[in-house]
Design a protein around this ligand. Structure first.
Ligand SMILES: Cc1cc2nc3c(=O)[nH]c(=O)nc-3n(C[C@H](O)[C@H](O)[C@H](O)COP(=O)(O)O)c2cc1C
Length: 131
């Protein structure tokens, strides 16, 4: 087990919910993210199982990485992750909305939308933790 994989596994074990923010690579899951999920899937008990999760896709393109959602959901279902299906988050034209260097969202409408989504995800996660 590489140290980096062990550290990631321990981090995922320690959280109540997962917000996955990802680009789309060739209409699917970027290799690095898939690799991370594959490492997590080898642990028993699986740190992903029964954990609430939401997906944000981000792209400089027009579709906002819409196509990564389906393949990522399929892989997460296999790990028994509890995925919040809606509202969906696809951030299109990200270059005009995010300042990567500053680590900030520069578009007010996008920020408001994402804050609303975080509130919905918090409620979703808490409802599953109580269940
Ligand atoms: C191998 C590769 C495949 C990509 N495929 C897609 C794609 O299918 N859809 C899309 O919207 N953007 C695609 N992109 C553009 C990414 O959304 C963009 O490069 C993004 O900034 C990725 O961030 P990263 O380079 O830090 O991983 C692709 C980029 C790479 C490097």
């Amino acid at each position: 087990m590489p140290d980096s994989a062990a550290a990631m596994i321990s981090a995922v074990e320690g959280v109540d919910a997962l917000l996955i923010v990802t680009p789309e690579y060739n209409w699917s899951i970027p290799g690095g993210l898939k690799n991370a999920i594959d490492w997590l899937s080898r642990v028993n008990p699986n740190p992903l199982a029964r954990k609430p999760a939401a997906i944000w896709s981000v792209s400089p393109g027009l579709l906002g990485g819409a196509r990564v959602h389906e393949s990522l959901r399929q892989t997460l279902h296999c790990q028994e992750v509890i995925i919040m299906a809606k509202p969906e988050v696809q951030i299109a034209g990200a270059k005009g909305k995010v300042d990567v260097e500053a680590g900030q969202i520069t578009n007010t409408e996008t920020e408001t939308f994402l804050r609303g989504h975080l509130s919905a995800f918090q409620a979703f996660s808490q409802s599953w933790r109580r269940a």
